[in-house]
Design a protein. Structure first.
Ligand SMILES: Cc1cc2nc3c(=O)[nH]c(=O)nc-3n(C[C@H](O)[C@H](O)[C@H](O)COP(=O)(O)OP(=O)(O)OC[C@H]3O[C@@H](n4cnc5c(N)ncnc54)[C@H](O)[C@@H]3O)c2cc1C
Length: 489
């Protein structure tokens, strides 16, 4: 059965970005109709999908939380705490009645004749399909496939007698009590899982091909503690903490370019401090890349290092030859015994929510498009993607994008436009087209594997996607909406 309805704006995804988009939209345009649609059972996106032990943020909630809702708590928060915060936000802003769950957007067809998108939505419970007509698609579907994590095809996986688990698909009944566990990977997920599981396992080993920088720091904030007795309005404290956090991040980012060796020394000596002076941080915690080329994994209160120092966890830096019946055979000749192997090996990138986009009858290949500040795409009418920061908190960019989209809506209202489409201008004709994310700047594995699927960026405004909050907070806000790069109709 197919039914048809219409809304002004369709928001894809009810994670932190979708909720942010809904907040800004209804605050700026209370008369616009909108709906958030999500495949999952409930709101929260990433924080609903991931259920592995210890799951927590790796950036502070002053900046990962919304600008418009104070975060009261320790900087690094658990998934449950983030979900509770989002739950409150949805109620306070009366967003709940706009969200529809267990609905998957499968196709979106743009018609220039009618100036609207016809979106096919599949109901995951009843298998019914409906068409929603909308003028604007606000893509808040994140950047990775929620259904399945990325596991490389290791030789011999079928021979292993124990359980192989990807953290993104954590079985509720996984028994690891008194078991030998190997975690493959050394990113934020491994750094979270290991201290959370270490006390219950017989032993847990982090097996890494190459090391990661970890940023150990106490999970409290002296400034927040100092402000507490002053009885300030919560919004003031939130704003001060947010600025402090941004200032600290800016200092680290700046040092990663201006003084990479000094920053590296600081990170390594903190690790050494927590691990004890006899621990061989080389090779286990001495990466070969410049700090910040991948997200710096925060280790609150040094918990990962404490588990290692206590002998509950250990690190092996080596390469996998194959899985065996009893564990993992390494290239060095060493064998690791395991009852459970956890593949903390990352995500599968997902561009535009696995939706089939069609524009005036032609299938859209977004990898051939150029991003307008990495928000809208050449030749794609009335669509914006909330692609946040990979280094600074994601939500800082979501807020900038929300402001940008609302400005465009206002501009279109003022001029009676119905359609906005980014187009390269005559002066952009010979512009070199570059990868969406500059590999020199940020080179996480999931991005490198999927760069060919992502749109391109250019070498000049407004086609640059710098991933730099401190630049974009000025450039996005100051975008000239009539510079010819946005075509209106
Ligand atoms: C374990 C983990 C920890 C992280 N920690 C941090 C952190 O501390 N700081 C930080 O800045 N970033 C972090 N990130 C990155 C994080 O994903 C983003 O910051 C942020 O949560 C993304 O929010 P989002 O709402 O844009 O997307 P998501 O959280 O990915 O939510 C997107 C939603 O859209 C839905 N959806 C997608 N496609 C469709 C479709 N076709 N139809 C219907 N619904 C659809 C999905 O079901 C999902 O619920 C982390 C990521 C992971 C995996």
């Amino acid at each position: 059965m197919t039914t048809e309805r219409s809304v002004d704006v369709l928001i894809v995804g009810a994670g932190i970005s979708g909720i942010d988009a809904a907040y800004h939209l209804q605050r700026e345009f209370p008369d616009r109709t909108f709906e958030l649609v999500d495949r999952q059972q409930s709101f929260g996106g990433t924080w609903r999908t991931h259920k592995y032990p210890g799951i927590r943020s790796d950036s502070d909630l002053y900046t990962f939380g919304f600008s418009w809702k104070p975060w009261i708590g320790v900087p690094i928060a658990t998934a449950d705490e983030i979900l509770a915060y989002l739950d409150e936000a949805i109620d306070e802003q009366d967003i709940r009645r706009h969200i529809r769950y267990r609905k998957s957007l499968v196709k979106a067809e743009w018609s220039s004749d009618s100036s609207h998108w016809a979106v096919t939505i599949h109901d995951l419970d009843t298998s019914e399909r409906e068409t929603v007509i909308c003028n604007f698609m606000w893509m808040c579907q994140g950047y990775y496939r929620h259904e399945k994590g990325y596991t490389p095809d290791f030789p011999g996986m079928n021979d292993f007698a124990g359980a192989i688990v990807h953290p993104q698909e954590w079985p509720e009944d996984l028994d690891y009590h008194d078991k030998k566990v190997v975690v493959i990977g050394s990113g934020a997920t491994a750094a979270t899982l290991i201290p959370a599981m270490a006390q219950d396992c017989r032993h847990i080993t982090m097996l890494q091909r190459s090391p990661t920088y970890f940023f150990a720091r106490p999970n409290n904030n002296e400034l927040a503690d100092a402000l507490a007795p002053l009885d300030l309005p919560e919004q003031w404290t939130h704003e001060i903490m947010r600025r402090k956090s941004l200032h600290d991040q800016k200092t680290i980012t700046h040092r990663s370019f201006a003084d990479p060796e000094g920053l590296r020394d600081d990170l390594l000596s903190t690790a050494q401090y927590y691990l004890g002076e006899n621990y061989p941080i080389d090779p286990h915690f001495t990466p070969h890349y410049r700090p910040w080329r991948q997200r710096l994994a925060v280790v609150p209160d040094g918990d990962l290092f404490k588990s290692i120092r206590a002998g509950q966890a250990s690190v092996v830096t080596d390469q996998i030859e194959s899985f065996t019946h009893d564990g993992i055979q390494l290239k060095s000749g060493q064998a690791l015994e395991a009852d459970v192997i956890i593949t903390a090996t990352g995500f599968n990138m997902c561009v535009l929510g696995d939706i089939d986009f069609v524009i005036d009858g032609e299938p859209l290949d977004v990898s051939q498009c150029v991003g307008h500040r990495g928000i809208m795409y050449t030749g794609v009418p009335n669509l914006a993607w909330m692609f946040g920061y990979l280094r600074t908190s994601w939500t800082m960019r979501a807020d900038l994008i929300a402001g940008f989209v609302c400005r465009i809506f206002q501009h279109m209202d003022d001029n009676h436009y119905e359609v906005v489409t980014p187009q390269l201008r005559a002066e952009d004709a010979d512009m070199p087209l570059l990868p969406f994310i500059d590999e020199e700047n940020f080179n996480a594995g999931y991005l490198m594997r999927s760069m060919h699927l992502l749109p391109k960026q250019g070498d000049r405004e407004p086609w640059v996607f710098s991933q730099d909050y401190y630049t974009e907070k000025h450039t996005i806000a100051a975008t000239d909406l009539e510079d010819g790069s946005l075509q209106y109709r």
